[in-house]
Design a protein around this ligand. Structure first.
Ligand code: SF4
Ligand code: SF4
Ligand code: SF4
Length: 359
């Protein structure tokens, strides 16, 4: 079975094949581990394991995972995003409708802001006394997420913002986390049955996280207000722009092969690499696999390109047949010999000389 239960209570599921660490063995993503306030998650022989006794069910790991490898039957941030955006009430609160605000990523918050008729407000009034936030890490993450969502909204010319409520107000007893997550499980089931979530159910691209599809659809709803020009110096945790150096790229195509979302792909005739910023989740796998280090991140960003999955040709090659091995290779002028044969010749030229001399 692809999905494995992480807890005895069956609240968390882990899709091994979606985890970035399975996609590329050298990937060191540990976002879920670093965010877990109870150190309940560890990687044991490449396998994510969860100590059910330590887990308090805050669901921070679910919202933070860039590929949605972690899921829960009790709380689905994507369904929650759609449901909450359709409601009038503004407050996102661990006391009312969420296990923890950290269960929502920037992408969820941006989608909520763009779809909702009024500004949404994150209730941070209880964080200082919350056991989940005892070392301040969860609070810092929530603050960072809200800040990132608001920077993105500003860049997209939206006048919507995610607000914050920090004052404690009337003191309320803190709900048991496990209890809240289980209670939400019932709500989630009702939501699944009640709503026709065609957006989530009919995704044509299984490689993309649903939160990304939600975000792009949300941007399309306000397409007429999006700025057309590229903005310099973006710094978002969930997307980057890419460039490939044509002088060093050898057309090995490994970046496209390993890209977990299909953001990088190969032209049908094998002569170039295409990039779709709207599909990129900033995992850095392409940068890591590229042996000549031809890929670099570019800080420019264009919301229209992002929202509509516009394609950009990053590099175009001229193919020639190698005179030595007779295999097509990326030709950059000079003698028609591929890099592999050139390397082989250079490395073993002494051996060839000796063999010739011995005749
Ligand atoms: S955050 Fe997601 S992709 Fe990253 S290690 Fe955790 S499960 Fe894997
Ligand atoms: S960018 Fe790097 S990994 Fe991608 S095709 Fe070029 S050399 Fe290969
Ligand atoms: S383009 Fe690179 S950084 Fe973006 S999702 Fe693909 S492998 Fe990850």
């Amino acid at each position: 079975m692809r999905n494995e239960s992480l807890t005895a209570a069956d609240l968390f599921k882990f899709d091994y094949f979606k985890c970035l660490r399975s996609e590329f063995a050298k990937n060191e993503c540990r976002i879920c581990i670093d965010l877990c306030p109870d150190e309940a998650m560890v990687f044991d022989r490449k396998k994510l394991t969860l100590d059910a006794k330590r887990c308090t069910g805050c669901a921070a790991c679910i919202g933070s995972c860039p590929t949605e490898a972690l899921m829960s039957d009790a709380f689905d941030p994507n369904h929650f995003t759609l449901e909450f955006a359709a409601q009038e009430k503004p407050l996102l609160s661990c006391k009312e409708n969420l296990p923890c605000l950290a269960a929502l990523s920037s992408e969820h918050l941006i989608s909520i802001a763009l779809r909702k008729q009024s500004d949404a407000i994150c209730d941070l009034a209880h964080c200082s006394e919350c056991s989940v936030n005892r070392d301040g890490r969860v609070y810092a993450t929530i603050e960072r997420t809200i800040g990132e969502a608001n920077r993105f909204l500003e860049l997209c010319n939206s006048d919507r913002r995610i607000g914050v409520r920090r004052d404690l107000g009337a003191s309320e007893p803190e709900a048991g986390r496990r209890g809240l997550l289980k209670k939400l499980a019932n709500v989630a089931k009702e939501v699944h049955e009640d709503m026709t979530m065609t957006e989530l159910m009919h995704s044509s691209d299984e490689k993309q996280p649903l939160k990304r599809i939600l975000l792009k659809n949300s941007l399309k709803m306000v397409a007429e207000t999006l700025p057309e020009e590229r903005t310099a110096e973006i710094d978002f945790s969930f997307v980057v722009n890419k460039r490939i150096d044509a002088d060093t790229c050898n057309n090995c195509q490994e970046c496209a092969m390993f890209c977990p979302t299909g953001a990088l792909s190969v032209l049908k005739d094998n002569t170039g690499i295409i990039f779709q910023m709207g599909k990129c989740i900033a995992c850095s796998i392409c940068n890591d696999v590229c042996q000549p280090h031809s890929i670099r991140n570019d800080e420019s960003f264009d919301p229209v390109t992002f929202a509509f999955d516009r394609m950009e040709l990053l590099v175009k090659h001229t193919l020639e047949i190698c005179e030595e091995c007779k295999v097509a290779f990326s030709y950059r002028g000079g003698e028609k010999i591929c890099d592999r044969c050139k390397d082989f010749k250079n490395s073993f030229s002494d051996m060839f000389t000796l063999a010739k001399d011995m005749e």
